[in-house]
Design a protein around this ligand. Sequence first.
Ligand SMILES: [Fe+2]
Length: 304
Amino acid sequence: MAKIKWKNETTDLKKFIPSIKFQVSSFKKTMIKILFIGDIYGKPGRKVVSKLLPKLKAEENFDLVIANGENLAGGLGITPKTAKEMFDIGINVFTSGNHLWDKKEIIDFLTIENRILKPANYPPEAPGNDFYIFETYQKVKIGILNLMGRAFTVTIDCPFRTADEYLKKINKITNIVILDFHAEATAEKMALAWYLDGKVSAIVGTHTHVPTADERILPQGTAYITDVGMTGSHDSVIGLRIKDALERFITQIPVRFHPAKENLKFNGFVVTIDEKTGKANDIKRLSIPLINDETNIPIYRHPS
Ligand SMILES: [Fe+2]
């Protein structure tokens, strides 16, 4: 397989996204703008973020950048080194999920780095911060909460009751709350969204790595998307090299997985929120391919 050459790979945002600007009405002084980046998958995902995030930030002036980072390191887990690399290029807070603890070197780091969240409905003994209050440059406080679904996943506390419990704490500080609901089942994600409509500013689904086209603002003002998708290779099986995934499915024996490197895309979700009410005002789903500077076409390699 041809080796990936990162040099010259970038994306002219204007060519691929005619306008990621929001309606003029969105640009009131009381609006805050948040970018959520879908699961960053391994080194290819980190490369996409490194190339595109600085350009997006320069264009859009986000108040806060959140990313799901549970697959940052090799596609399974997160390490101090990969987390620091992403913090350095502008991610403010990481959410996570069931893979947070896969790399053992993260365990101690979680006790000192409170910008990496664990799903709050895991046992209290599991290392990781359970919620985070981010303060913007203009001193606006934003609560970030992470929950894990229970359908087809792990045996943990009820995400509905846990949301109630944490919102009581967070709402003493702020009414702007972003929730990453890391879950397998669409129905569970939608149910929680309806349960929390009007109680949180945005619910962003993660974990399945495939973006859904159902982004909307619910009637009581909560922005919602069932799954924001994944940032990494899209000629893959949810980020994994296709031949590894096929071998696993066909033989049913354990196979070492590697992150795929082809057809790299950045998937994300942008929401503007009224700082006074905490309600969502406008949303946009982003899916941006990494393209070649010289040819102006998306980087695309057939998997071998
Ligand atoms: Fe996950």
